[in-house]
Design a binder for this molecule. Sequence first.
Ligand SMILES: Nc1ncnc2c1ncn2[C@@H]1O[C@H](COP(=O)(O)OP(=O)(O)OP(=O)(O)O)[C@@H](O)[C@H]1O
Length: 622
Amino acid sequence: MSDWGAPATPAAEATNDAWGSATAAENGAEETVEETTEETTEEKGKTYEVPTLNKDEFLAKARGAGWTETTAFNYADFEASGGNNGDWHAISKVYEWNDEYGDVGPEVPELERILFGGEHQMRKGQHYENIDIPVTIEGPVKVDPVRNFGDAGLHPVVLNNIKLAGYTEATPVQAYTIPAVLQGMDVVAIAQTGTGKTAGYMIPVISRLMGKAKKLAAPKPNTFDPSYNARFNKVKAEPLVVIVVPTRELAIQIFDEARRMCYRSMLRPCVVYGGLPMGVTMDELGKGCDILIATPGRLCDLMDKPHVLTMSRVKYTIIDEADEMLDSDWEEELRKIMAGGDTNEDADHVYMMFSATFPKTAREMARQYMASDYFRVKVGRAGQAHKNIRQAVVYVDQNQKREAVFDLLFQMEPGRTLIFCNSKAQVDLLDDFLYNRGLPTTSIHGDRNQREREDAFRAFRTGKAPILIAAGVAARGWDVADVKHVINYDLPSTQYGGINEYIHRIGRTARIGHQGLATSFYNDRDEDIAQHLVNVLVECECEVPEFLSHLKPEEGAKIEFDDDTDDEAEEEAEAAEGADAGGVAVAGGAWGAPAAEEGADAGGLAADTGFNAEAAPAASAW
Ligand SMILES: Nc1ncnc2c1ncn2[C@@H]1O[C@H](COP(=O)(O)OP(=O)(O)OP(=O)(O)O)[C@@H](O)[C@H]1O
């Protein structure tokens, strides 16, 4: 059965069918499809009727269609609390260690319910086979993939936490990263959105540290001691693991995964991000911190306060959404984090990078930081979407977008919907527009203060405001259960991140084996992304609309992904050239793997024959 999200009404069914094709067939709505296909798919620049309803009628229309009540942001409460109601996610409960425990702490049922019992925690969907796609291993090192967590040699507490989280088998990326990290390798991993990359590093890192926490970790105050005083018993944070992510919401989300995997362990996770009051940050770090999740700006600030944070014990540095982090905007911070301060430079310091996209510029930067023999795993093509997302592209003139999105929201069964705009001003305008028409919206962008951001995100997550309007870049990595529909109100043109941004945006739906719909409004302003978009549609077997059909590759022809995401051809040629010129080719591609001797002939590539693994072509790159 498909969970694309059934249309609410017969009219909706008609338009819905016209976007893709799957629903039409599934619902057997042949007649309606014929009628509407011409009207909507082929039509360019449809003019939408402006409904002449008053506020109450709009509200009634929204309720009638099944959308929930609108909830206004309570500015009175917000201001009464001084713009800080103290409800920061960063102070969410973590497992607190008592010095009297042995190697493993006892169960705390109440905390267990909070960490693992949440109705909003995602469970694997029914279309998991679509993300179980070929894996390429590059580089001189090889690992045997581990599909069953039980076979991976993980610490029993971590194994139990995996079970509590409802993870029954490792995803393809996890199957490789878990053994690689357990063997102490530097790792670069690229896999589609929503395929479990976070657990791909969290599980093995925590498992590895579990038995050694007593030896490696800095002393922490015993918060169970009756004489403990949070103000006077502060310690310096000396993390063993630092995870750096580009956005605050993502930091919070990864903190939650760390809270789950650290349950019943001595390891204490903390999260720090811009916008969080410094007092809260200091208090949390002051209780001790073994796993630190941070946004780069706040981390760099704290690195300048050696009485608060020292990096001297760090054993693992992990860069999530690595290509975004390697973007030049973050270069200075990243350099400081990777090499600066008092970072532990031991030979056993492990570096890791994870993302769904990895353009060439990012690959070049990454090479500067990683050990020469790092493990490289790629699931599918870097920058590839997956087939659980049904992508539709609709032609909408700029001045028709507001009515078009309103119309669209009534064509689907109400469900969590994420709408992306390219500018903060547009986010605000659209939020007001839809809210005034009775729809339960909220919005988020970089100019909002942290309190508003956390409230908006929470309202979306819990379903209180199921329509979230966001400025694009904010949404990388977000993992919200049951997002049925992503709408690109504005497509991300090159200036806004282009096709890579598109892949990340649509990846907010159809996660971990679920299905979802992504609708994009296209018009003449979007021509710069058109070819990339068509390539992605064709690759994922989604319908290419009539107005873009001239860009479709010839039947059976290889799709040319000249978007720099996976520039294999060029780098392959470079590597081959190097080989001809005396074996100075970079073995295993452009990732800075060892040259010459492992290179050229052997390709330096560990051709993995494990499940679904494909031998990478000699000297190929990502
Ligand atoms: N082995 C597993 N089995 C079932 N669910 C899993 C497994 N591993 C992770 N998940 C769940 O899958 C969801 C997606 O994981 P995650 O957010 O790590 O994806 P991601 O690959 O980092 O995506 P993105 O590229 O968008 O950041 C999460 O809700 C997570 O709890």
